[in-house]
Design a protein. Structure first.
Length: 664
């Protein structure tokens, strides 16, 4: 029996799979004490399934603790130890900027204050030690840190990825002087070149680890007290780790929540499609989008979160502030805006009746008939149309628009933000979205999916049966995984098979302990000599150098449209991932016995349409014509006129544009 619990910005989702039956439940997220919401969701799903805690074999948890701490800058007070003269590396960063002509755009403040940075004497260079580390220096640094009384320390010295001796000696002295103080060391966190990225990642790891450790210790204790297994934690890479391991490496769990959704989307894409799709997870607070290829979410080796670089393997998810709870407002120029500020779980949208007074996307959908007044959403939230009307009308009066015109405009603005996000992960990266299915999930994702698909020229939707809790389901379908990487910098003349295989073997030894029956994935980062950035080529642990070069040239042609025949190619870094086999839940459609049918007026494209309403879970093989609203247990799927749908054997609603069907 497998249990997955995912904490979102508005709801905490739980999924329980007993090998044959999937039970799901939601509970409101409890900001400030997320563990309380986790336990409430577990109580709800176990009660629904009639299962006891002792029957559960595995408990997997996805969370936003690290993400929120980084976004809200409320991590541990951290001291940075770096090579003398490089104390300002976090402020200098890189010269690239997101807005080319906005020269004075503010950058995020460094996570480490200037007074908490310590320069270390001694220096490593690319060919070894340039200046010895004085024997008294580690002790001096340890004493200085003790006087500062921080909660965490990051140690990141130049070229430590080639020779970690100086870092090891300094870290050892700190641990001896201040037992119990968390110390993140760059050659452990990220043994790769580029000092800014390595330092930024190490600082983030130190900044988040104490907070994450406290949260996970409390959750693990509460779980064991209730008779549950100790939790395993979803990492940003889409694999899980024991909580004790995850708590020591905070930077690895920054995208814990979105990773679960990406894994779940991959599972559904394999079962109900051809394995290729664009996943869009729209919850109450934000919207996450990712590309699924061959049933797997694409990964990236580096990304920015709130302007701060983390160079670790993570699912390639792009996030925008467009969720059901995103607040509509009017800017100083009189233009309507939606998000990124959210009503969150407390007080929530105005229609939740919990004291919220600002209009949100959920309020707009309620007034447009896509949600039903007086109905209960997942989590036992009863919708109040009068409260939504008051909130929407206030914005409408500022714009000179009617209540319905304002609501429709709010939905269009939210859709535009999500379309931009979908373009980032597809069109901007050379992927034609029209060749893929759109796979919406999250409580609000299916409600907007058809309109988003039309805007992008997409004609197919795959709406999962348990789309409202797909992130929790993805946790159940995740296996243990460990990743590591190393900068090697081998020139064209040094690409020898035995040497490369030896480096892979050394990497394997650092992460192989306890990983039985793990599948190995080796990625080589190559570039033409003189280039600044690399392209990934996946190959075996004992690759033929000429095949690596050929693979790089193919990747270069695909990315840039050309290659340079005969130009020397160098191997910059090697990445290794070990992943144990993951559970593969077999999802089945409902029997349709509890299905209810009705109709109501729903607003589409400026007009009201009498629309079929299907409440509950339809059986496999049932067909429907749009306009239709599917009120599923944890989400709502809205099909405008011009769409048709059929339910497959896994319970997914497969929708297509009717015009395309008729042409075929």
């Amino acid at each position: 029996m497998l249990l997955g619990v995912d904490v979102g910005g508005t709801f905490t989702d739980a999924a329980l799979f007993d090998g044959a039956r999937l039970c799901t439940a939601k509970a409101p997220t409890t900001p400030g004490d997320e563990a309380a919401g986790v336990l409430e969701a577990i109580d709800a799903v176990t009660a629904k399934a009639g299962a006891g805690a002792a029957e559960i074999d595995r408990f997997v948890h996805g969370m936003t603790v690290a993400t929120n701490a980084l976004l809200e800058e409320r991590g541990a007070r951290t001291v940075l130890v770096t090579t003398r003269g490089f104390e300002d590396v976090l402020e200098i960063a890189r010269q690239n900027r997101p807005e080319l002509y906005r020269l004075c755009a503010p950058k995020p403040a460094p996570l480490v204050a200037g007074s908490d940075r310590i320069g270390a004497a001694g220096r490593m260079g690319p060919r070894g030690e340039v200046e010895p580390l004085p024997s008294a220096e580690p002790g001096r640094i340890a004493e200085a840190i003790a006087e500062l009384e921080p909660e965490s320390v990051a140690v990141s010295l130049l070229f430590s990825y080639l020779d970690p001796d100086h870092e090891e000696r300094i870290a050892e002295a700190i641990r001896e002087r201040s037992p119990g103080l968390h110390v993140s060391v760059s050659h452990d966190v990220l043994p790769r070149f580029r000092e800014y990225e390595r330092t930024s990642t190490t600082v983030i790891d130190a900044y988040l680890s104490p907070l994450l450790k406290g949260y996970l210790e409390a959750l693990a204790e509460a779980a064991v007290t209730r008779g549950l297994p100790e939790p395993e934690i979803m990492r940003s890479s889409g694999g899980v780790a024991p909580w004790s391991e995850a708590s020591r490496q905070g930077a690895w769990s920054v995208l814990s929540g979105p990773a679960g959704g990406a894994v779940g989307a991959g599972l559904v894409a394999r079962l109900s499609g051809n394995g290729n799709a664009v996943g869009i997870d729209m919850g109450g607070t934000s919207c996450d989008v990712c590309v699924i290829e061959d049933g797997q979410a694409k990964l990236t080796e580096s990304r920015e979160i709130s302007g701060r670089v983390i160079q670790l393997p993570m699912v390639d998810v792009h996030t925008v502030g467009a969720g059901g709870g995103s607040i509509a407002w009017v800017d100083h120029g009189g233009a309507p805006r939606v998000g990124p500020r959210s009503a969150g779980a407390d007080p929530g949208p105005a229609c939740y009746g919990k004291g919220g007074e600002e209009p949100t996307v959920t309020d707009a959908n309620l007034l447009l008939g896509r949600l039903a007044s007086g109905s209960n959403l997942a989590g036992d939230v009863e919708l109040d149309a009068d409260a939504a009307s008051r909130a929407i009308s206030e914005v409408g009066s500022k714009l000179g628009l009617s209540e319905i015109e304002t609501a429709a405009g709010i939905v269009r603005l939210a859709n535009a933000e999500m379309v931009r996000a979908l373009r980032v992960v597809t069109v901007n990266r050379g992927i034609d979205p029209r060749m893929l299915a759109l796979l919406p999930f999250g409580g609000a994702g299916p409600m907007h999916a058809a309109e988003l698909a039309e805007d992008l020229g997409m004609t197919r939707l795959v709406c999962p049966r348990s789309g409202g809790v797909l992130s929790a389901l993805g946790l159940l379908a995740s296996g243990r995984r460990r990743d590591t990487a190393r900068t090697v910098m081998l020139g064209a003349a040094e690409l020898e098979a035995d040497r490369i295989a030896g480096l892979v073997s050394e990497l394997r030894e650092t992460i192989a302990e306890g990983m039985t029956d793990a599948h190995e994935t080796v990625t080589y980062e190559l570039r033409y000599e003189g280039q600044s950035f690399e392209l990934d080529v996946e190959s075996s642990a004992e690759p033929v150098p000429s095949e690596l070069v050929h693979g790089f040239e193919e990747a270069h042609r695909k990315r840039y449209g050309f290659d340079v025949e005969g130009a020397p190619v160098e191997l910059v870094a090697i990445s290794l991932a070990l992943a144990e086999p993951a559970p593969n839940p077999e999802l089945e459609a409902a029997d349709g016995s509890a299905l209810e049918r009705g109709s109501r007026q729903v607003h589409f494209d400026g007009e009201w349409h009498e629309t079929d309403v299907i409440r509950g879970e339809p059986a496999a093989g049932e067909r429907f014509e749009g306009p239709a609203v599917f009120e599923l247990p944890e989400s709502t799927l809205v099909l405008p006129p011009g769409w048709s749908a059929e339910v497959d054997e896994h319970g997914s609603v497969l929708a297509e544009m009717k015009e395309v069907n008729e042409q075929l």
